[in-house]
Ligand binder design. Structure first.
Ligand code: CUA
Length: 316
């Protein structure tokens, strides 16, 4: 049985859950599948019975069959299924306990701004990647700066809409170490399908170390090429939209890039994070993600693009 389920495993799988909420939803799914299968079987049996014994029934038995099978049976089945679907809701919508990890998520077309509260109470801003400690409850407080989005990490939990002008909440407890995927599950514009994020579940000690590293300012450039990249980044006005802590905290429109090199993906979960993909992202931005606010910098000389990519990848 477990081998069969391995076929359904994957970063977006709801059938191999890695969180308590996803497990609750999966249990409901199996009750529904079981119920549907049972009813299907029942009707197939009735159908065969009718085919084998095609003689007409008397009026009383016909009435019982119609009222029983057509009215009473569906009412009973729907009430039972409704009960099973409503009872898990209070548990799924409950906020995490007071001292739990809080993660602020701000959705924008088409990326995720992530804020952690650091150990000393200061905010740590990241983008498009969430890391969580294993077996610890976490609460996401979700906002949108433009249109309606929906936050969904299928392996960990159900989805929740993010509505402009309102804060919504989702809490969960991860139960398996691994790398999972998150998506925006509400059509939010032309690049909606390119609005993803990576979710990494790690042991508590590793998580604490990671968060400390994310809080630190950016490392100085480690090579001549990276140093030129930093200069080009500043000269071309990239800091008007992006922040790189330690270099300049100017831009708030785009993702914070302080530790962009340490992330698993770029472009909001759509490309692996390498010097080549960083280069492509800067020079072919609108080919990769149509409609995005960042302009394409295809006018920059090849060497400058290469240097900026080297510097960004070095921001670990
Ligand atoms: Cu954001 Cu779809």
């Amino acid at each position: 049985m477990t081998t069969i389920f391995k076929l359904f495993a994957g970063p977006y799988s709801t059938l191999v859950p890695a969180g308590n909420s996803a497990q609750t939803i999966l249990n409901l799914f199996w009750w529904m599948v079981g119920g549907a299968f049972f009813i299907w079987l029942l009707f197939v049996c009735i159908l065969f019975y009718a085919l084998i014994r095609p003689h007409p029934h008397n009026a009383r038995r016909t009435a019982i069959l119609i009222i029983g099978g057509g009215v009473i049976f569906p009412i009973v089945v729907l009430v039972v299924l409704l009960y099973f679907s409503i009872t898990p809701l209070p548990g799924l919508l409950k906020p995490a306990p007071k001292e739990s990890l809080m993660v602020e998520v701000s959705a924008a077309q088409w990326w995720w701004r992530i804020n952690y509260l650091g150990p000393n109470g200061k905010k740590i801003e990241l983008a498009n990647e969430i890391r969580l400690p294993l077996n610890e409850p976490v609460q996401f407080n979700l906002k949108s700066v433009d249109v309606i989005h929906s936050f969904w990490i299928p392996s960990l939990s159900g989805k929740i809409d993010i509505i402009p002008g309102r804060e919504t909440m989702l809490s969960l407890t991860p139960t398996k170490v691994g790398i999972f995927g998150g998506v925006c599950a509400e059509f939010c514009g032309i690049s909606h399908s390119l609005m993803k994020l990576k979710v990494v579940i790690m042991e508590k000690e590793k998580f604490v170390k990671w968060l400390e590293a994310q809080e630190a300012p950016a490392k100085p450039p480690a090579s001549v090429s990276a140093n030129s990249g930093l200069k080009s980044f500043m000269a071309n006005g990239c800091l008007a939209c992006h922040s790189v802590r330690g270099v300049g905290n100017f831009g708030v429109l785009g993702p914070d890039l302080t530790h962009v090199g340490s992330r698993l993906s770029i472009g909001a979960g759509i490309l692996p994070n390498t010097e080549t993909t960083l280069h492509s992202w800067i020079s072919r931005t609108h080919k990769i993600k149509p409609g995005v606010n960042m302009p394409t910098f295809d006018m920059l000389p090849e060497e400058e693009l290469q240097n900026i990519a080297v510097w960004l990848k070095g921001l670990l």
